[in-house]
Design a protein around this ligand. Structure first.
Ligand code: SF4
Length: 271
């Protein structure tokens, strides 16, 4: 029997003979503050994964998916990114490499924090994420997943997650309804009891709020778990939209999320 205060021994991340599915990673950064949603302001590290199953016109991480002319044309600025761009392009990594990159940023083994797995759409890689998340959670880190809510979590993945930050996409995102609206996946996330739902609202917030009302009612989302988040890649437009939407959000029992990282650092992808 180990002494009561002996450190908990975890198995090595890559036991001999075991092969893990590789993760498709864009970049890993931190420490920073979670910028959005109910955990805004908390200390965290980010693992940003590559690729997305949606194509939002105002996406602020389009470098994770807009790598063809066709995809780039879906975005507001039409910029096409290089898939193999060294800083933010696609990189294949096993869990051991992701872990060592996180450890280079913060002592995740001895000073646990929040690990935000974002994208792109991280739920596309949930099976491959399991070994990495098991190790991080074993060290006491809290796993938060950012998702658009179109893919339901698998049981073995869900068991490792502390919080889902679900951002269902509205018509203002430019995605087709059938592609962005997956009520069954949203209901599964709701039933985990670990999900918060944040909806991006634009200057045209009346149309956006009507659509949010429909989704909240159709999926029976608890209003106290819903937040309206003003779109805007600069502080001024973020605050202007927040001022337009805040009273209507409060009347519905919703919260309001700023984009703290935008207020602090503008559009820096490493913060
Ligand atoms: S779901 Fe998120 S990552 Fe994907 S295109 Fe939309 S905003 Fe970008």
């Amino acid at each position: 029997m180990p002494a009561p205060d002996a450190p908990h021994e975890l198995p090595p991340i890559t036991p001999p003979g075991v092969r893990y599915q590789m993760l498709r990673v864009s970049h890993i950064f931190g420490p920073t503050v979670q910028g959005e949603g109910s955990a805004a302001g908390r200390h965290c590290l980010f693992v940003r994964l590559w690729d997305c199953n949606l194509e939002c016109t105002w996406c602020d991480t389009a470098y994770t998916w807009a790598v063809t002319a066709e995809k780039a044309a879906k975005t507001r600025n039409g910029q096409r990114y290089e898939r193999n761009e060294p800083a933010y392009g696609e990189k294949e990594m096993g869990p051991a490499e992701v872990l060592s990159r996180l450890q280079a940023l913060w002592d995740v083994e001895n000073r646990p924090t929040i690990i935000v797995v974002s994208g792109g759409e991280p739920m596309m890689q949930q099976r491959a994420l399991v070994p990495l998340l098991e190790q991080l959670r074993g060290w006491g880190n809290e796993i938060h997943i950012e998702t658009a809510g179109t893919i339901a979590p698998l049981a073995e993945f869900d068991a490792l997650v502390a919080q889902y930050n679900v951002s269902p996409k509205l018509a203002n995102s430019g995605n087709r309804l059938a592609k962005r609206n997956k009520p069954k996946a949203l209901a599964t996330l709701r039933d985990t009891g670990k999900a918060w739902f944040k909806f991006v609202v634009t200057q045209d917030c009346t149309t956006d709020l009507a659509e949010i009302d429909q989704i909240v009612e159709a999926v029976a989302l608890p209003p106290q778990r819903v937040m309206a988040m003003p779109e805007g890649s600069d502080a001024r437009s973020n605050i202007a939209t927040a001022e337009k939407v805040v009273d209507a959000a409060l009347e519905r029992g919703f919260g309001l999320s700023f984009r703290t990282h935008v207020l602090l650092w503008g559009h820096d992808p490493d913060r």
